[in-house]
Each structure stands twice: as structure tokens, then as C-alpha cells.
Design a protein around this ligand. Sequence first.
Ligand SMILES: [Zn+2]
Length: 234
Amino acid sequence: MSLFESVFVKLACQRCGKVHDSVVRFRSYSGRADAEYQLMEVASRRDGLRVGEVWEGNADRYCDTCYFEWSIAQATAAYEALAELIERGLVTAREKGPTVQTEPSSAQAEQSPPPLPASAINAYAEEYVTELRKQGGIMVTMPYFEELNLSVGDQPVETEEITLEVDDGWTKFLVLIDPLLSDRMAKSGWVADGCTWEDFNVSLDNDRRIIVEDMQGRRLNRDGTRGDGARVSQ
Ligand SMILES: [Zn+2]
């Protein structure tokens, strides 16, 4: 069972423009948790949805092919940005050794391998991207935490216990790397904020038909066009 209500729609991929089948996920809270609708379908009164309410939803920006390419681009940019931060002396990266759980932490610290130069990062990027292509998998999280220990100044960048406190290593790392990542993604034509979905508003019209509008107030049509029929491209 899905946690979301769904509207099946057609959307133009924001990378390649191809119109593809997609789904807008939303939560009405008043309606059935796993209800599924076609765009413009008349919603049964038994579903609990009320005319006049507006529900926030979202859908993937990209078609499957482009989403995969986004994942590759994102990983590549993440490694490049890391290399830049190392080059500038802001971040230190050390190779993770084989994990020996029994070592006391003090002994491990003494044995920590030397910091990697920026030039070493490219090899990790190539290996990672090759593996990603081989598996055809989509990674949305930042790569390299499996193979590298990072620190900002003398603070380790911990992904295990993320607190989002302003002074922890993880937050400092994000503040450093986010602008570099966004910049690289924007330059290669991707939406810069790293967001792979687009927000929509879902509601019922007066005839209880399911309608979907984008954040510019343009109503989604069944053929994937919006409002006056203009296809959205970026
Ligand atoms: Zn596409």
C-alpha cells in the first residue's frame, strides 16, 4: 500500500522534453491513503476529498533515462567539487582502510592513512561512475562516503549521526560543497538546486474532477501540456 494518493499524468521531461507517463503523489489526509486517479477523473464522494481544498504534491522532473543521467552527472560533480575543496585546503580526505572493528579508536587514529591529494579523487570518481553505469542504479545521495573519510578542518564529516547543528562537520561540509555542486549542475544544464521533483497543487474542480496545477498556476493537460498548451522546457 502506498502512503500517498496518486494522480497518473503525462509530463514533459525537463531535460529531454519527452512526454512520458508519470505520477503526481499527494497527501490529502481527508482522502483514502492509497487512492489512485487519472487526471480529470471524477473522484467519488466516498473518497473523502472535498471541493475547495488544495493538496501539495510532487512528481519527478525527469524521465527514467534522464534521471539516470542526472544521477551520473550529480556523482561526477560531487567528486569534482570534493577535489576542488581538497585543492583549496578546506577538506581533507583519507582512504578508509579495511574495517577492523576490534581496534580501539585511539590506535585507529594513529594508523590513519595520509590525506589524499586532489588529483587522487578523479580515480575514485571514475570507478564510482563506471560501477553506477554497470548497475544501472540511481544514486541520489552523495557518493564517496563508502570509501573515504572526510574532515573539515579537524572535524570529521559524519554521515551516521547527522544532527544538522551548524557547527558539526557534516553541516560545514554541506555549506562548502553545495554551491560548487549547484554551479556544476547548472552549467551542464540541470536544475541547479539538486531537486529531482517538481511541486504541484492537486484539487477538485466543481465537477469533482481531479486537477493538477504547477506552481505557476498552469493546469496540467492530459497530453502533458500545461495551461494554454505550452510545453514546459528549461
Ligand atoms: Zn528525459
